[in-house]
Design a protein. Structure first.
Lengths: 458, 483
């Protein structure tokens, strides 16, 4: 596929990296900064074009004529929108994805409808991160919670803790513990290395376990891996920016939320709009303030200010002062690797989340949802099986007859409204949504080809 | 530095190179000259060395860094000189010493075209074919070919490509994928070579001669299967075909590619470097023709034009075909021709020399500096086709000039110390470092008579010139080897 990425920022360059790694993609990156592009081109097998991403001449130089997909990720919403408009008007580019940050644009759906801006998919990182955080808060103990099949199936990453019923036991005992449950373990990571989950695999303390489960079964599975955890009651959020504000709004009806914001004007604005949240004006890294607000009682502390270093430090402080679970928003992938598993329970990387959403649209049409896991090392996705039994190598086959690349497991199958956990004797039918887990991203191509359409046909 | 990866890629490329030995074997069998065994032996020897390098390192899967790329390219070019010499050394006709065989091979690969063989007309066809073929592979670059054909090089392909292709600005890719860019360049190269073959064939050459000379013209190499070079044919039509295709070989192949793909010939007229190259050639040809005619060397202005245009293009594109003894031309003409080879063709072409674009940038920088003397506080960016050129590129070009002339001076003094006279030494270094071939004085026709030590100096100069100095010089700096 010929892909043009506009903007070589964090998300743009990571997307370029992941997409260019797949052999079928030709990636061109456009940015205004020459040196950033040069650095990127030294590292990746892509073409770069320097210039304003919305200018027709620049888009043309980037191969706009003939591009299949344009992804606008510049720092300016307006440039992104105009670039999509230009690409459509001049080149009839088939798929146009734009990152739009300003909530004001997103509220007006009609802007992007018939006769409006020709943008097929709007990516709002803030909204994606907020949704992600809400799911994490809803499932205590989870490192990552991802929706599949419209939320009926979820993939959950969880760190096993001594005291969980399954910890120290073989995986096959899971069926005795939970005879009814719709759960399947997709992957286990021990000290950063992936282990293929088999019946005889013993779960150890501190293993990172990824499992696919129907939404209702997640709680039961959590008890298998960790000691019983009470539902979240008290949440403290640091930073009332876009994410903090939205998160508070989403959580205030299910928990008691405190929102700490340093800028008094912004704190005031948040307080005026939010209904039940307690908005505090002050520094989230101030020990006195945190103690004053009973941080030792908080179930979750989430630091989502604009400054990632401040997020890390205030989360560590909160943990030290007794917060049960702390999360920090971190932009740099290297920071995320550094801190997760230490004092900070979960590092949230907006890029990884945004890219997951992005990849789902970039992949051949039959892949409906893609999530990047473990900061891009692994990937989970939902593929729709073609309805033609003759052309598809998987329709009518039992799961154990399908030859999957190494490190790939099928987690579940969504058929109509039903969710079927993967078992070796299940037979794939046309129209099934298959949820797959890959511990090695290099096999993505092979798996997409197996389940998706033939390359070139969209 | 990741030596295992470097070793693996060197092994792979030697394996690939060994396959090119099959072509002269085919020629020997088709033409029945019975001279296939040197190539068969060389094929097995090179493949064995390649395999020995590749096998222990085949597991090295890391990406090639920029710095590794330079190492691969420099070392591979040295290997190429040795491996390419193998069949010449094995063969008993011509009976070459080790030095001569390496010189002949390096001269071919670097598209220099300076020969040490006298009596080409007597040699087996397969040997003659081989000499033409190595120029052709070296012209567009055997490493660029490897990048096109071996997708396993991955991102490393870019660093290899950058280290082998000439020119000051190499960040512009034709296509998003480096393998496609390399394939596109080779496709244009093959296409132009085919067109040139057809031209020579229609002009009356045998198919063997047509292909051989097309190889030498497009790669701007300059080897010919005849001692008299293209003068053997003594045909104005052959001269004209050669002139056109040598000129095309001196044009940026990326420009050829864009113009063919659109297709839109006006793209040439919009390219500043092409225009400079074109008008410079026109001016030189006009001046030389009139001078030769006025001086009375040739009976008519037409004849003067024929010889002047052929040699001006042949030497400026650093091909080195000759149809007359230009070294004996009157006045400043021989020196002018040699100086012309310092300019060379366009960046991204198969020519040697310093490239038109660098001279253009230095010239414009000079003009800007002069203007700044009058208006000390003026902002005067150096532009090409209306676009400002980053200061980094310009200082890179200035540094290149300095390096080029220092290397030139050192090599020239070395040759003089080895006993060559000044004109010979000066023109011999120019002829090798600029990848031209023929020089003046004792090296006007062949390098047969110069001492062995001087031939080795020539070998170094040819590889340094082909890799535009820096790739080779870099290996001598401590910074490159520091961990």
């Amino acid at each position: 596929m010929k892909i043009i990425i506009l903007g070589a920022g964090q998300v743009g360059s990571t997307a370029a990296q992941q997409l260019s790694r797949e052999q079928d993609n030709d990636v061109t990156v456009v940015d205004t900064q020459d040196d950033v592009l040069r650095e990127l081109q030294d590292r990746l097998d892509i073409r770069t074009v320097c210039g304003n991403a919305a200018h027709p001449a620049v888009l043309e130089a980037a191969g706009g004529d003939g591009a299949d997909l344009i992804v606008a990720l510049t720092s300016s919403d307006e440039v992104n929108m105009v670039a999509c408009q230009v690409a459509w008007a001049l080149f009839r580019t088939r798929t146009k994805i734009a990152r739009i940050r300003a909530a004001d644009y997103q509220k007006r759906v009609e802007l992007f409808g018939q006769g409006g801006l020709p943008i097929d998919v709007i990516i709002s990182p803030e909204q994606l991160v907020t949704d992600y955080l809400v799911r994490l808060v809803q499932h205590p103990g989870a490192l990552q919670v991802l929706d599949f099949a419209d939320g009926r199936v979820r993939l959950v990453g969880m760190r096993a803790v001594q005291g969980g019923q399954l910890v120290g036991h073989q995986l096959r005992e899971l069926r005795e513990h939970m005879p009814q449950a719709e759960v399947r373990v997709a992957a286990i990571y021990r000290e950063g290395q992936s282990i293929l989950p088999e019946g005889g695999t013993v779960i150890a303390d501190r293993d990172e376990v990824f499992f696919v489960a129907a939404r209702d079964a997640i709680g039961a599975m959590a008890r298998e891996l960790r000691t019983a955890e009470a539902p979240i009651r008290r949440v403290v959020i640091a930073g009332a920016g876009n994410i903090g504000f939205r998160l508070a709004g989403a959580l205030e009806n299910i928990a008691q939320v405190k929102l700490i914001e340093r800028n008094p004007a912004r704190a005031r604005r948040a307080a005026e709009t939010l209904r039940r949240t307690l908005v505090l004006s002050g520094d989230a890294a101030s020990e006195d303030l945190l103690l004053e607000e009973n941080i030792d009682d908080a179930d979750v502390f989430v630091a989502v200010t604009n400054a990632e270093e401040a997020n890390i430090l205030s989360a560590m402080l909160a943990k030290d002062l007794g917060a049960h679970r702390v999360m920090a928003l971190v932009n740099k992938p290297s920071y995320a690797k550094l801190i997760e598993g230490g004092k900070i329970d979960v590092a949230i990387s907006p890029q990884t989340i945004t890219i997951g959403a992005l990849l789902a649209h970039v992949r051949h049409g039959d892949v409906v949802r893609v999530h990047s896991l473990r900061r891009g090392a692994a990937e989970a996705f939902e593929a729709v099986v073609h309805d033609d039994a003759r052309s598809s190598p998987v329709v009518g086959r039992r799961l154990d007859q399908i030859e999957l690349p190494e490190g790939t497991t099928i987690g579940a199958i969504a058929r109509g409204t039903e969710v079927l956990m993967a078992r070796h004797d299940r037979v794939i039918e046309a129209g099934d949504h298959v949820i797959l887990f890959l511990t090695d991203r290099r096999h993505v191509d092979a798996v997409v080809r197996l389940f998706g359409s033939t390359p070139g046909q969209h | 530095m990741n030596l295992a990866v470097v070793q693996r890629i060197l092994g792979l490329m030697l394996l690939m190179f060994s396959l090119t030995m099959l072509l002269p074997i085919g020629v020997a069998l088709i033409l029945g000259d019975g001279h296939w065994y040197p190539f068969l032996l060389a094929f097995f020897a090179i493949a064995a060395v390649g395999l020995l390098l590749w096998l222990p390192a085949r597991g090295a899967r890391q990406d090639l860094r920029l710095r590794d790329g330079f190492l691969v390219v420099a070392v591979f070019w040295i290997c190429l000189g040795l491996a390419g010499a193998a069949p010449l050394l094995i063969s008993d006709v011509p009976d070459l010493s080790f030095t001569d065989a390496v010189f002949e091979a390096v001269s071919g690969f670097t598209t220099t075209g300076a020969t040490v063989i006298i009596g080409l007309d007597e040699l087996p066809k397969s040997i003659l074919w081989y000499r033409q073929q190595i120029q052709w592979f070296g012209g567009m670059g055997i490493i660029v070919l490897a990048v096109a054909l071996l997708p396993i090089l991955g991102i490393g392909g870019m660093s290899l490509y950058k280290a082998e292709t000439p020119g000051p600005m190499k960040d512009q890719k034709l296509t998003p994928r480096i393998t496609q860019t390399a394939k596109a360049l080779w496709a244009v190269y093959v296409l132009l070579t085919a067109a040139c073959t057809l031209g020579f064939w229609l002009a009356g050459m045998s198919l063997f001669d047509a292909i051989g000379h097309a190889f030498a013209a497009l790669s701007t190499g300059g080897y010919s299967p005849y001692d008299a070079s293209l003068g053997h044919f003594d045909s104005a039509v052959v001269d004209a075909v050669a002139t056109v295709f040598m000129f095309l070989g001196g044009v940026n192949f990326a420009l050829h590619f864009s113009a063919l793909r659109q297709p839109d010939l006006r793209l040439y007229a919009r390219d500043t470097e092409f225009l400079a190259f074109f008008w410079l050639s026109v001016a030189i040809i006009a001046g030389m023709s009139v001078y030769l005619w006025w001086h009375g060397d040739y009976p008519s202005l037409w004849t003067a034009l024929r010889y002047a245009s052929f040699h001006a293009v042949s030497i400026q594109t650093t091909t080195g075909f000759t149809t007359a003894n230009f070294a004996a031309w009157p006045g400043a003409l021989p020196a002018l021709l040699i100086l012309l080879s310092f300019i060379g063709g366009c960046a991204g072409s198969t020519t040697g020399g310093m490239k038109v674009i660098r001279w253009l940038l230095v010239f414009r920088q000079g003009v800007a500096d002069l203007k700044r003397l009058v208006h000390p506080s003026a902002e005067i960016p150096v532009k090409l086709a209306g676009r400002p050129i980053p200061q980094q590129v310009i200082s890179g070009v200035a540094g290149f000039f300095a390096m080029y002339f220092v290397v030139f001076g050192v090599l020239m003094l070395t040759l003089m110390m080895l006993g060559l006279d000044q004109v010979t030494a000066w023109s011999a270094v120019a002829a090798t470092i600029n990848n031209v071939g023929p020089g003046l004085g004792d090296v006007a026709v062949t390098f047969h008579s110069v001492p062995d030590a001087a031939k080795w100096v020539g070998i170094v100069a040819m590889i340094a010139g082909r890799l535009e100095i820096s790739a080779l010089l870099l290996l001598l700096t401590p910074a490159f080897w520091r961990k």
